[in-house]
Every structure is written in C-alpha cells, then in structure tokens.
Design a protein around this ligand. Sequence first.
Ligand code: IPE
Ligand code: IPE
Ligand code: MG
Length: 263
Amino acid sequence: MLNKLKQWKRRQVSEDADERFQELKKHRIPEHLAIIMDGNGRWAKKRALPRVAGHHEGMKVVRRVTKLANQLGIKTLTLYAFSTENWKRPKMEVEYLMKLPEEFLGTFLPELIEENVQVRMMGYEEALPSHTANAVKKAIHKTKENDGLILNFALNYGSRFEIIEAMKDVLKDVQNGILEESHLNEETFSQYLMTKDLPDPDLLIRTSGEIRLSNFMLWQLAYSEFWFTDVLWPDFNKEQLIEAIEAFQGRSRRFGGLQSEES
Ligand code: IPE
Ligand code: IPE
Ligand code: MG
C-alpha cells in the first residue's frame, strides 16, 4: 500500500514537472544559460565514496541538462567544468577530471551529433594534457556543422586569465596599427574574449550552496540574472532547472534603465 502510494506520488511529481516544463516554453527562455556545476565532492562524501565518484555522477547530469536545454530552445549552454584554480587539487583528482571529457564524449558524442548539438570549448587549451585536448578537438570538429544548441565547456577557464590575455592581444593590435586606441570600447573589447561570438549569459545557475563566482565569466555576467541552489550538482534535475527558469521568467531585467511601464 505504502509502495503504491509512493509510486503514485512519484508519477504525480513527474507529471507536474512535465506540465511546468511545457508552460516554460510559452514565456521568455534564456538564450544563454551558464552553470557553475558545483558540489560533486560533497555529494560523494555524503555517500562515503571517493570524490571522483561525484564527478562521474555529475557527468551524467551534464547529459540530462544538455537534452533539457535543447528541448527548451536555449541557444547556448556554458558549463564550468574545470577552473584555472582547480589544478591545486590532488594529482589523482586532477587526472580523473582530465579523463572525464574523453569519457563523456566517448559515450555521448554520437547522441550529441544526432541532437544537432555543437560542442565548443573555452579555456587555456595549451595547458591541457594532449589526450584531453584531442578528445575535445575531435568533438568540436565532428559537430562544427551542427546548428542546434551550443554546448560550451569552460575547461581550464579562468576569467581573470581571459581578461589579461585579451588585454595583451589588444595591446599587440594597437601597436601593430590593427586597432585604434580610440576605437577601444566595451564592444570591441568583447571581441578579444573567448566568448566573442556569443551573447552574454542571461541566467547563471550555481549549485551546492556556494554564493560566489569563483573566477567565472566576470565580464560577461555583468547584467545576468543569478540563481543559486543548495542542491549538489549530481542531484540537479529537471525540477531544479524548471525552478531556475521560472525564477528567471519572473525577474525584471532593467539594465540600469526603468521597467517599460515606468518610462
Ligand atoms: C565541482 O564539484 C566540480 C569541479 C570543480 C571540477 P567540486 O569538486 O568542487 O565539489 P565540492 O565543491 O568539493 O563539493
Ligand atoms: C568552481 O568550483 C569551478 C567549477 C565548478 C569547475 P570550485 O569548487 O572550484 O570553487 P570554489 O573553490 O568553491 O570557489
Ligand atoms: Mg566545489
């Protein structure tokens, strides 16, 4: 009896989620969603598992969220997978994290191709082990003609690093007469960032209860909406994605101006 009740309840919850999911599509959907996928280690610790088990579980969530984002009509999904500061972690964990792109793409690349997803990467590629960089490059190459969701992995990414590199390129172009100093403005500077052909994120989600940016897209997030949850990344599911987007749809984005009815 109790089991039947549980089953009924579970079905009810998933039917509700499906309805809410469909409802979302009738309203404003973020064009660019960025996610700081955090909490894998704590998820594993809670289960007395090694931290890497959390990373492995987190990878499955990437697959599910990619599918959902695609179904919602989100154009770009940027996922923070490894920061320029994550090298500080124990060697064994770093090695595992560097193997994950191969494992993820080895398993899901055919599915991504099928779903018209375009894989991209932003980050300091030269410092990645060659097996990691090659797996990503292969996926980028195989999906470059796809024009559906852009799945942009921030891998060995750090926003301060990105800004410094952009500054160096700006200086070079000014010295070589390619860019006039008087033409340097927010728009032209954006063209030197790793996101040069992407719009700024409309919505940023961070899981695991940490309320900080951890060196993620400092320039690009200037006017994004933020949504934080205590849920750990491996537990992140359709329900939370719906909640985040519902919250986004209820926000009034003013960009420093006034709401249209106030003007
Ligand atoms: C996020 O989970 C994944 C990466 C940073 C690579 P964490 O590994 O940071 O998990 P916590 O924050 O320690 O729980
Ligand atoms: C941010 O998470 C980086 C990624 C999710 C890849 P961290 O777990 O590294 O951030 P801090 O150390 O808690 O700020
Ligand atoms: Mg963390």
